[in-house]
Design a binder for this molecule. Structure first.
Ligand code: WTA
Length: 635
């Protein structure tokens, strides 16, 4: 393992150089020494970047769950794999060992098989953060079905578009879910989502709340009934390195979400490698990532990266403020958490709670802290460092994306000196570059530009499900010869990266990557609305919040504006999910547009930010008079 784990900064630079000069040797050694394969590869990689064609470990055969579970059984069978901390602290936590996880995954895999699910079939999973969510994902991977987890905060319309896009044959869901002091009718949402969706043959329902639910005997099946009688061994399906492992939807700049497709071997190798190194993971550690499994952070670091390393990983069903704002700190002390990986928005919200919630805790088990999902502001960084890490735990500010599969830029805990608000250095294998508008690489330090990566890495997404053209256009066209991240960044005097924000129409709200287009689509369904444009603006807790500029149809102009605002936010909650609700709604007479009718969001973004002195190039605007009006009435 010595080659795998980076021990000091000198070794980091050595590995980084090797990964650039000899990428084949670098990755094949890691892949060979640390995983179980049915058959090795003919070629380490093969790619044509401009065409978005990428393959890693060509023709190798494996099953990721053998690597996550089976190979640990002889040494770590009795070690806890998953700790489940329920929403309500009065409900007992569950500890699931690797031996038990094997049985649970095998049985669930057999349940899926009994429902006719085969290699290559798509299975959507809409479950709260309960063990069955992790187990279902692994069970799909076990039999070669492609899982697509839908975050349990999404609405029925958002579920429907995802289920239809990937033609899912099965949906795994629950009767309901607990969240804080609420109980959520999950099954009801799914029923509504898949009304008349013909691809869905069965709905597998896990019991969580035990509330009465509508049950369609022709379509719905109780998970627990089938599980009880299922066989507890399962021979893992032999998968090709490039067989899809999962689809995970992420926002794009059009209304339709992008189903990012991740394949098996490259994703496995890099999530495991990054987990080990970024978090300086040791065998006795207890790792807690507070993300939801429905996001990439959950996939890669609650589940796959952690289990591939034989780690103990925590699954938390609840929210940070229930029953009170000390819940995170309670859990850290209770389970002796060593690694706490969370989002800046959670830190900012807990910072505002009374300090006594933190002070009454020991927190001495903590060794490494992590941040993900959005830029962490300086104040939050220092609070996290001083009061949670007590200045003894490195903070790894990890930059990556659904598309990248694994962390690409981050400090290596205990190795890379950290710097507040900086994701610091690219990991070995990641050839990060900054590009200018003319597609030239900006060399040297103390520079800013568009963040791109000029060489493929093993865990990069391979395509957008059903739309490879969109994949090429979105990621490989703006800066030909590179992968464009959609982010802007700067590189400081020592080569550290700081991500400065998105370059496109994606807004990160409370760490959730939201596309403004589907939110606008929801708003535009209101009969009184003519048009809308949604942009982000800075928010103390959420990082960004949403500002909607909405023009009304003539018949809407006489409506009561407060009621209209409520109706519009309700529409967003119904069609997109409550996370997309607008904090500010400004009704406008018209939106600034180009000659070709494109809304000038850049101008609206500047107005929301109160940056009124320079709107950049507005020569293509046909209606500059509306801008004055919008500024005069800005909220
Ligand atoms: C942003 C989440 C600054 C960035 C893993 C990226 C960050 C988008 C950081 C991807 C960070 C993520 N510092 N910004 N440490 N991490 N981002 O796909 O804009 O949900 O492009 O993946 O989040 O969000 P996604």
């Amino acid at each position: 393992m010595s080659y795998y784990k980076i021990a000091d900064l000198e070794q980091y630079f050595k590995h980084y150089k090797k990964s650039v000069r000899e990428p084949r040797k670098f990755w094949s050694k890691i892949a060979e020494e640390n995983f179980t394969w049915y058959q090795g590869w003919d070629k380490v990689f093969d790619f044509d970047f401009p065409k978005g064609e990428i393959k890693w470990f060509v023709n190798a055969k494996l099953n990721i769950t053998k690597n996550c579970i089976d190979r640990h059984l002889s040494k770590r069978g009795d070690k806890t794999a998953l700790i489940f901390e329920p929403n309500n602290p009065s409900e007992e936590a569950q500890r699931i060992t690797y031996n038990e996880l094997y049985i649970k995954v095998a049985k669930t895999a057999n349940v899926l098989k009994s429902l006719g699910i085969k290699k290559g079939d798509r299975v959507c999973i809409y479950l709260p953060m309960i063990p069955e969510l992790a187990i279902s994902m692994l069970a799909c991977a076990r039999i070669g079905a492609i899982h697509s987890v839908i975050f349990a905060g999404f609405s029925d319309a958002a579920i429907r578009s995802r289920v239809e896009d990937c033609n899912a044959k099965l949906i795994i869901t629950a009767d309901g879910g607990f969240r804080g002091d609420k109980s959520i009718k999950i099954k009801e949402i799914v029923d509504k989502a898949i009304e008349n969706v013909t691809s869905v043959e069965k709905v597998l329902v896990v019991k969580r709340t035990n509330e009465q639910v509508a049950f369609n005997p022709l379509r719905d099946v109780w998970f627990n009934d089938l599980y009880q009688d299922a066989n507890d061994t399962n021979i893992a399906e032999i998968m090709d390195a490039e067989d899809p492992l999962f689809i995970l939807y992420t926002s794009g700049s059009t209304g339709k979400p992008k189903g990012m497709v991740h394949t098996t071997a490259g994703y496995m190798v890099q999530t495991a490698y990054s987990f080990q190194n970024v978090f300086n993971y040791n065998d006795t550690d207890v790792f807690w990532c507070t993300a939801d499994l429905g996001w990439i952070t959950g996939h890669s670091y609650i589940l796959y990266g952690a289990l591939l390393n034989g780690a103990t990983t925590v699954l938390f069903e609840g929210i940070p403020t229930f029953p009170n704002p000390s819940r995170y700190w309670d859990i850290i002390d209770k389970h002796k958490i060593t690694h706490f990986y969370t989002a800046p928005t959670a830190i900012r919200s807990l910072m505002t709670a009374d300090y006594s919630y933190v002070a009454s805790h020991n927190l001495s088990s903590l060794r490494v802290l992590g941040s993900v999902g959005e830029p962490i502001n300086e104040e939050a960084w220092h609070w996290f460092n001083d009061f949670i890490g007590k200045k003894r735990c490195p903070i790894v500010d990890t930059w990556w994306q659904t598309e990248t599969g694994a962390i690409l830029i981050a400090p290596i805990a205990c190795v890379t000196p950290t710097k507040p608000t900086y994701a610091t250095l690219p990991l070995p294998g990641v050839q990060a570059v900054l590009m200018d508008d003319k597609n030239n690489e900006i060399k040297g330090n103390q520079v800013m530009g568009s963040l791109c990566v000029k060489f493929p890495w093993p865990s990069i997404a391979r395509t957008i499900w059903g739309d490879h053209e969109r994949f090429v256009k979105t990621y490989f066209s703006d800066f030909p010869g590179t992968y464009f991240t959609g982010d802007n960044a700067l590189r400081d005097e020592v080569g550290y990266y700081r991500i400065t924000g998105r370059a496109d129409d994606v807004v990160i709200v409370s760490g959730h990557n939201l596309g403004t287009a589907p939110i606008e689509d929801a708003i535009n369904q209101h009969p009184a609305v003519a048009e809308s444009a949604v942009v982000g603006f800075p928010h103390d807790i959420k990082g960004n919040a949403l500002y909607g500029y909405i023009s009304l149809k003539l018949e809407g102009t006489s409506r009561d504006k407060d009621n209209l605002k409520k109706e519009i936010n309700q529409l967003i909650a119904d069609h997109y999910g409550p996370i997309g609700k607008l904090d500010k709604i400004q009704f406008v007479t018209d939106l600034p547009k180009t000659r070709s009718g494109k809304i000038l969001r850049r101008v609206l973004r500047s107005i929301a930010l109160n940056q009124l002195d320079n709107f950049g190039d507005t020569s293509t605007m046909i209606n500059p008079e509306v801008v004055k009006n919008i500024i005069a009435n800005r909220l």
